[in-house]
Design a protein around this ligand. Structure first.
Ligand SMILES: [Zn+2]
Length: 146
């Protein structure tokens, strides 16, 4: 299984083998931290979605949004809990309005889980960790056994 993720240091998109220990950026050689949410820009979103074999949960948020801040620790926990099984990403909707537009987002936070580049489930509003996990498991039922 692979994911396509931007390097947090140099922004280069890397295709990362999830089975490999200690993956590093092919460009700047700094390590990836896949146990944390990955910040994705609007321009990177399509390639991240298309290049990831595992479900990708994207938190569409904004810096000024109170409920987004409330949910942020749960998004962090989710990334830590599903490292290697799912990709957890965050998209700043203020900086990526064009990329967010096709999804008809009316309120933030909005959480969308993609599988094979397609929307599987989309839900608006802040959620606790179990609700976020449920969205992931809806997109990939094999996660229920683990
Ligand atoms: Zn890099």
């Amino acid at each position: 299984m692979h994911v396509t993720v931007p390097c947090p240091f140099c922004a280069t998109l890397n295709r990362v083998d999830l089975a490999r220990e200690g993956p590093r950026c092919g460009s700047c050689r700094k390590p990836f931290q896949l146990d944390r949410p990955v910040r994705v820009t609007g321009g990177q979103l399509d390639r991240v979605l298309a290049g990831s074999d595992v479900p990708v949960l994207v938190d569409f948020y904004a810096d000024w949004c109170g409920p987004c801040k409330m949910m942020a620790p749960f998004v962090d926990e989710l990334a830590a809990k599903y490292t290697g099984k799912a990709l957890v990403a965050k998209l700043d909707t203020d900086r990526a309005q064009k990329a967010a537009a096709p999804f008809g987002i009316r309120g933030i936070p909005t959480t969308i889980v993609f599988k094979d580049g397609k929307v599987v489930v989309q839900k608006a509003g802040a959620m606790p960790l179990p609700a976020l996990e449920e969205l992931l498991k809806t997109a990939d039922p094999s996660l229920r056994s683990g």
